[in-house]
Design a protein around this ligand. Structure first.
Ligand SMILES: [Mg+2]
Length: 413
């Protein structure tokens, strides 16, 4: 199982921001002419496959409603619920209790923590007794936030309030993203209540709360100086990217694989994808699918297979950002699949270039793993590095490549 639902708290008042947040909820503070702070968080989250997004609004909630209600972002459907009176973060979840799935991801809309949410999700589903899993961020100065104490096994032991002594000390903080079971929300009986101050310490004392650490990009907009950082940094951020050929790299190439029962993972493939996810890389699959042109299967079969592959990855705390496939071939049985063959297929770089145009990706450090010379040629023609996988365990080979080092060092944390 895995979480399909993402619930974001967007009712926060920006009291410490003074006039800056006077006329809008904090997550709706403007970053560029077109975009507000929450847009950046939603983009980093919906790429991980959440299709049902619920925004819990309160203070000036009609602004959230007019911007987002029944909108669609990256394939996710967005709904907005406005809480009539503030009853704390616990009260907000209790108010929408009947709209919540049995397990869901909850997030704080006034922080942006760019982390592998699927890893947090998989940690909850892998531990039936656990009622909540927190995404934890390692910081140099935990004093501003209050820190989280975790045992070697990922179990959260306790929370430490912000104190003068912890000022300037490194530590783990609550990153504001959680995987929760509905049962945890049902623990809340008295309102107003706070999930951070009331619920989490109680679950930790019972040994039913866990944490997953990462060092992904983290920013909250609680203070005027962090808001100005957001305005400078967010529009400039581009995601590093790992391109992967499919057949012969992710799955054994049995020839024209187009159904789940013929999909057999290459050893180490899921681990490679998860390591890239953990390090904040986009994972983009680029695959020639001449079987479509030849009439062996159709595009719908390819979508269905990729959907099934994603679901399996979610269960392992991993995900693919996008699948690009080329259905063309010069010997196509249908004319429309013949015309683009020379332009679109690898060894051309068209699919890679298309991903760069459509997604917000950085060319710096971008690389591709393939099993054929034509994959390496496609990478070269798109101006990025390409490596040819000799077979065996994909991760063991991947970990030796120069371009993989930023990913490998992150996954050892
Ligand atoms: Mg291949």
């Amino acid at each position: 199982m895995y979480c399909r639902q993402l619930v974001v708290l967007v009712g926060g008042r920006g009291t410490r921001l003074g006039k800056l947040a006077e006329n809008c909820p904090k997550p709706l503070m403007k970053i560029t002419e077109q975009k507000v702070f929450l847009d950046y968080f939603l983009e980093s989250a919906v790429r991980q496959g959440f299709r049902d997004v619920l925004l819990l609004a309160g203070h000036l909630g009609e602004q959230v409603q007019s911007r987002y209600d029944h909108a669609s972002i990256g394939g996710a459907h967005i709904s907005v619920v406005i809480e009539p009176e503030p009853r704390g973060t616990g009260g907000a979840f209790a108010f929408v209790r009947d709209r919540l799935a049995s397990t869901f991801i909850a997030a704080n809309g006034d922080t942006l923590f760019d982390t592998n949410i699927r890893a947090v999700d998989a940690a909850l589903h892998g531990s039936p007794d656990t009622l909540g899993v927190l995404a934890l961020r390692k910081v140099e100065n935990a004093g501003r936030f209050g820190s989280v104490n975790v045992d070697g096994d990922g179990r959260i032991l306790s929370f430490q309030e912000k104190t003068a002594e912890s000022e300037g000390q490194p530590g783990l903080i609550n990153g504001g993203i959680y995987a929760l079971r509905l049962e945890a929300i049902d623990r809340l009986k008295h309102f107003p209540s706070s999930i951070e101050a009331d619920l989490f310490p109680q679950l930790a004392s019972e040994g039913r709360l866990r944490g997953v650490e990462s060092s992904g990009y983290f920013l909250d907009i609680g203070l005027p100086e962090t808001y100005s950082r957001a305005v400078t940094e967010l529009p400039a951020r581009k995601r590093p990217v790992l391109f992967l050929d499919r057949d012969g790299v992710l799955n054994h190439d049995h020839g024209y694989v187009h159904a789940q029962d013929r999909w057999e993972w290459v050893p180490g493939a899921i681990r490679t994808i998860k390591a890239a996810n953990d390090a904040g890389y986009a994972v983009v699959v680029v695959t020639n699918q001449a079987g479509i042109a030849r009439g062996y299967y159709d595009e719908c079969d390819v979508w269905k297979l990729h959907h099934a592959v994603q679901k399996e990855l979610y269960r392992h705390g991993a995900f693919v950002d996008a699948f690009y496939y080329s259905p063309y071939h010069k010997d196509a049985v249908h004319e429309p699949y013949r015309v683009q063959a020379a332009l679109d297929r690898k060894p051309g770089g068209a699919m890679i270039q298309r991903a760069f145009r459509q997604m917000n990706l950085s060319r710096e450090g971008a690389f591709l793993l393939g099993d054929q010379e034509s994959d390496v040629d496609a990478a070269t023609s798109a101006g990025i590095s390409g490596y040819r996988f000799p077979g065996g365990d994909l991760y063991e080979w991947f970990a030796t490549l120069p371009h993989s080092q930023p990913i490998v060092s992150e996954s050892r944390i």
